[in-house]
Design a binder for this molecule. Sequence first.
Ligand code: NAD
Length: 434
Amino acid sequence: MSHAVAAAPPVKDEFSPFQAMADRFEAAADYLKLDKGVRDVLRTPDRELTVAIPIHMDSGELRVFTGYRVQHNFLRGPCKGGIRFAPDVNLDEVRALAAWMTWKCSIVGIPFGGGKGGVICDPKLLSQGELERITRRYTASIMDILGPDRDVPAPDVGTNEQTMAWIMDTYSMHVRRTSTAVVTGKPLNLGGSKGRREATGRGLMFAMREALKTMKDMPAQARIAVQGAGNVGGIGALLLHREGHKIVALSDERGAIHAPTGLDTPAVIAWLDEQARQPKEKRKFLDSYPGEHLTPKEKLLEIECDVLVPAAVENQITSRNVDRIKARLIVEGANGPTTAVADEVLDRRGIVVVPDILANAGGVTVSYFEWVQDRMGYFWTEEVVNARLEQTMVSSFAEVHSTAKKCGVSLRKAAYILALDRVATVYRQRGIFA
Ligand code: NAD
């Protein structure tokens, strides 16, 4: 059985993702002089669902997992946001990620609100069968609040196209018709969009390109350190390499490789792809890749480079290491990689940050394109998808950049100002149903 839970007050803590979101929210709300009531409406998640997910393990043991789905805000349209499978998933994190989705959709001007989901589990320790049963039971448990016009999940850390296919099938079996638009990030055969898999990395590449144009004395061939070698970091690194930049370091959850003159990025990514196809017990990580290693792997954040791309998890650039960051530009592939405390230091040091809610918005943008294509039953070429993504990222960057200049604030604060202002305007126009 599922049950709604009341929103707990956020914890005052540098490392609380919800606090990180709330601190930036308050700064932008102060700038916009939003009154307390409007702030409360915009900050408070609309709905939070916690579900128990009992499944039979391959061993025959019965185990209960916990899942969440948070719908932060649907003023601008159905909720949109990924589903994360990870051992450290918690409600504070899911709540923050859902709110970031609201601001992200608002910045890139797509008609969605924000949502996010998660299941506390370690996909690396689960078989395909166990993962499928968890996904299907989780979907059935949150079924009442899902739907193409209500809430449309997508992949995130620990989930992939196959997870989305199971969600789509489970939902479709319940509603007695094939409903492809209920999730995005699906396999192409099931109504996925061309270019979706690369969309976040490609969007990040466009955001970085636009940011570099606004900075003086940055080399045309930037030296880039990328933390995280998954969908965002791995694909992002490859696309940036193809643009002529040098990837000087790349890390995953086990190790970080380093080559000051530039890694052979296509070879590293091909090796990682090969590892991803191995059975779980045989899979290797970057700590086994030949060459120079950074130890501990977090050293990657502090190496000599022009651009740093944190594209793994939250809370990586913090009060503990911010003074040692050497990059002049940070482009946030991950959600919430920089704490609010570290942000202030970066700002003082003149380090430019392209914030997560702008830099990684390429994923949700092409998710929106996928949802549109599913509903039309008419599919676009990859060239069309990529061109529309580029247009969206370039114009969104320009809007955030000009707001930053006009208001005399950082790109992050400008992004929040734009996002909040748009959602607040829709709120005022819609009024309150009572
Ligand atoms: P993923 O699971 O495909 O990849 C995550 C990568 O990070 C893996 O290479 C993993 O080994 C590595 N990693 C994990 N912990 C690490 C650590 N402590 N140090 C270094 N590397 C570490 O996930 P993803 O989809 O690439 O997502 C990464 C981040 O980007 C998350 O914050 C996610 O919310 C965000 N994001 C993803 C998308 C998307 O479309 N996939 C869109 C927007 C934002």
